[in-house]
Design a protein around this ligand. Structure first.
Ligand SMILES: *Cc1c(COP(=O)(O)O)cnc(C)c1O
Length: 405
């Protein structure tokens, strides 16, 4: 279970298991699992896919996973015969129980388990526009992992858990997500702190890759198309990597699903890079700021560009108003609330249909990356996390953390 080597995508060289980077270039690392065929284990949540996760143990309480189901409502609206939805959120009527309502719950569980297995007593540093912070806060509170979260002030209202928070420091950063990332990058290099690694962390990617594993094992085959709204594009890379493994498994078909990635213009660096266009000036407010990462892992070996090229993929630039209409259409036709980001993915699906890029009978997987925030309030109390301090410069964060220790 969970036996693997870690290799650089660029040159195939084997690296120490907990590396986050390659010695010769900026390539991503990738796990190569010993089990060529995916066994499904009798374990809760994503841990059933343990064969293809870079961990040996599990966090049993972190038992959320994607739910793949065949759409009726939205499929009818869009005239599609084989539309499948990967629902990542809280919707118990559909079997979905992700505790913080986004697919970041998938990454947090594997990352924290891997950190436990690695040993040591470092404090984990996470920068987030909201959903990642919530997911890590939740799982870290279950395991007792010390955690420092850097979150833009504006995202504070999104930082809640459904279990009592433990061992957390929440630092509000004036500015946007990028400013929060910059501060975290300074802090995480100091003794006693460890970075979570973002797209470079194989535990994050293979945790997210379970979206595709769940879909393929539910459908009995790989879908033809995969739609997702992206910020960093890590979910797209993960879907591609999972597809490569499933193809190699031999039981799920040999065609890699085409990646259809969606960004919210004008804050859409992946979209402009893929189209070879000059980026438009960015905008302060956007439909969902979790979709704005200023430095996505686009052109590095094993990154978003490689994933798009390998799968004959496409990137869509979606406006706020298109996303808004698409989100409403989804909520009305599927009868569950979703986050704004997946509304962008639904809009991309509409565009692809109009462009003839998908056929009505193609097997399509639509990743609803977050939803059920309204639904979960009916069942659980919410613990709103309060910032321990608000800062504008990284030196203030270091000072605060030193004064506290
Ligand atoms: C993080 C996030 C995304 C974008 O994910 P990538 O890391 O760019 O793949 C999309 N939707 C939601 C709800 C998210 O939290």
């Amino acid at each position: 279970m969970g036996e693997y080597l870690v290799r650089c995508v660029s040159d195939g060289s084997v690296q120490p298991p907990y590396s986050l980077s390659c010695p010769h270039d900026n390539s991503l690392l990738r796990a190569e699992y010993k089990a060529r065929q995916l066994g499904l284990l009798d374990l809760p949540g994503i841990w059933r896919f343990l064969d293809w996760l870079p961990v040996t143990g599990i966090i049993a309480e972190a038992d959320g996973k994607s739910v793949t189901y065949k759409s009726r409502g939205l499929a009818e609206e869009l005239n599609l015969q084989n539309l499948y939805i990967s629902f990542n959120g809280y919707w118990p009527e559909q079997g979905a129980r992700m505790p913080t309502c986004s697919f970041k719950d998938l990454e947090a569980a594997t990352t924290l388990e891997r950190l436990l297995e690695q040993g040591g007593s470092s404090t984990l540093v996470v920068a987030s526009a909201g959903n990642t912070a919530r997911a890590f806060a939740h799982v870290a509170s279950l395991t007792g992992q010390p955690l420092v979260l850097f979150v833009p002030e504006r995202a504070l209202e999104r930082i809640w858990t459904t279990v009592p928070p433990a061992n957390l420091t929440l630092i509000a950063v004036q500015g946007d997500y990028y400013n929060a990332i910059q501060v975290a990058e300074k802090v995480q290099t100091r003794p006693g702190f460890t970075p979570e690694g973002g797209a470079r962390n194989i535990a994050r990617r293979d945790g997210m890759g379970t979206v595709m594993l769940d879909a393929a094992t539910t459908l009995g085959r790989l879908p033809r198309h995969y739609f997702q709204a992206v910020g960093s594009g890590t979910g797209g890379i993960s879907a591609w990597e999972a597809s490569l493994r499933l193809k190699d498994d031999g039981r799920f078909g040999s065609n890699l699903p085409r990646l259809h990635l969606a960004q919210n213009i004008p804050n859409a660096p992946i979209y402009y890079a893929w189209k070879g266009q000059e980026p438009s000036p960015t905008q302060a407010n956007m439909f969902d700021d979790v979709l704005f990462n200023r430095k996505p892992p686009f052109s590095i070996p094993g990154g978003v560009k490689d994933a798009l090229e390998a799968t004959k993929g496409e990137v869509y630039g979606i406006t706020d108003s298109e996303a808004c209409v698409a989100k409403k259409l989804f909520e009305q036709s599927e009868e569950i609330d979703i986050l704004n980001a997946p509304g962008v993915a639904v809009a991309a699906l509409s565009r692809a249909i109009d462009a003839g890029a998908v056929s009505p009978d193609d097997i399509i997987l639509l990743n609803i990356t977050g939803g059920g925030v309204a639904r979960i309030k009916e069942d659980y109390p919410r613990y709103m996390l309060q910032p321990d301090v608000t800062i504008s410069r990284w030196e203030e964060a270091v000072q605060f953390l030193e004064d506290r220790s």
